[in-house]
Design a protein around this ligand. Structure first.
Ligand SMILES: [Zn+2]
Length: 317
């Protein structure tokens, strides 16, 4: 593959590694986050209940004061009644006392109801406080258990960031923009490896969506520095290590024989993306031999799953 595609694959892998680490952290931190949310929720409810309780207690105290004053007033009227000089005066006090008593009884009922409300809210506050204490204890325990693990995972993330950053800077701006667009769309899975389902047939599929691809996709990725996307899912395609030319193209023996050492080097370059850069010097040779082989291989087009572009790659290359 050309330098842009090599840089893209490097970015893709560094990005995937970082995403995996981030996901591990998020999964581990989830229990903490859930408990933190519960604690915050309960704290809010408790604060509200406590505020309500204070208001209800103030209202009950006012009614209590009102009641005391009314009782004092009735006592005073009774005293005055005792000192009444005429029966008429006595009757007037009696009527007033009875009216006051009706009001007093009403206030007393209100005061009793207010106390009931206060007691109910006190129960609520107590219950919430209990729940909050419980969740807070759980949170402390989980944090103690996870603390070490979370910081380990954070260290891992921090260590992976520079590699992703470097890889990002190595990709040309236009390609990096496309990469980011696709990464956003596919939750990081911006690229898809070519797959060759049947070793005997020169047929490739998109590793992500399994769409059958035109046969020249391998040559285009291998010999030119183009961005090639899957026509079905839209991901950028790349050649994985396990699909070197001698595996990817038919009649591997014919390719291998002329330069066995170089071909071996290509197949060994597998896991390291960096090694792919070194192989660029020989890539053209490999492709040339692939092209020659395809030209001379009469059965090659027929093996290409009936795709109408089977006979194009040699002509273009
Ligand atoms: Zn696809």
């Amino acid at each position: 593959m050309g330098p842009t595609n090599i840089a893209l694959v490097k970015l893709f892998r560094a990005d995937q590694n970082l995403r995996i680490a981030q996901e591990r952290y998020d999964t581990a931190a989830r229990s903490v986050r859930i408990l933190e949310r519960k604690v915050a929720d309960l704290t809010g409810k408790l604060t509200f209940s406590q505020q309500t309780l204070r208001e209800q207690q103030a209202a009950a105290a006012n009614l209590d004061l009102d009641l005391t004053m009314r009782e004092a007033h009735i006592e005073k009227l009774r005293t005055q009644q005792q000192q009444a000089k005429t029966n008429k005066e006595y009757q007037i006090f009696l009527t007033e006392i009875n009216t006051e008593k009706v009001d007093r009884n009403r206030v007393e009922e209100d005061a009793i109801r207010a106390l009931e409300v206060v007691e109910r809210t006190q129960g609520e506050v107590k219950g919430l406080q209990g729940q909050l204490d419980e969740e807070q204890k759980k949170l402390t325990d989980v944090k103690a258990q996870l603390g070490g693990k979370l910081s380990e995972l954070q260290v891992e993330i921090d260590q992976l960031k520079p590699a992703r950053e470097d890889a990002f800077n190595d990709v040309p701006p236009r390609a990096v923009k496309e990469f980011e667009r696709l990464a956003e769309r596919f939750e990081g899975e911006a690229m898809s490896a070519l797959e060759k389902p049947d070793r005997r047939h020169e047929e490739y599929v998109c590793g992500a969506c399994q769409m059958t691809l035109v046969v020249d996709v391998y040559n285009r990725l291998h010999s030119r520095d183009e961005l090639v996307t899957c026509p079905s899912c839209g991901r950028m395609l790349y050649i994985p290590e396990e699909l070197p030319p001698e595996v990817a193209v038919n009649k591997a023996k014919e390719v291998k024989e002329p330069r066995p050492k170089k071909e071996k080097a290509v197949s060994k370059s597998g896991p390291s993306v960096g090694a792919r850069i070194n192989r660029q010097s020989s890539a053209e040779d490999v492709v040339n031999s692939v092209t020659i082989e395809e030209d001379s291989e009469e059965t090659a087009p027929a093996a290409g799953s009936g795709s109408d572009t089977n006979d194009q790659p040699p002509a273009e290359a």
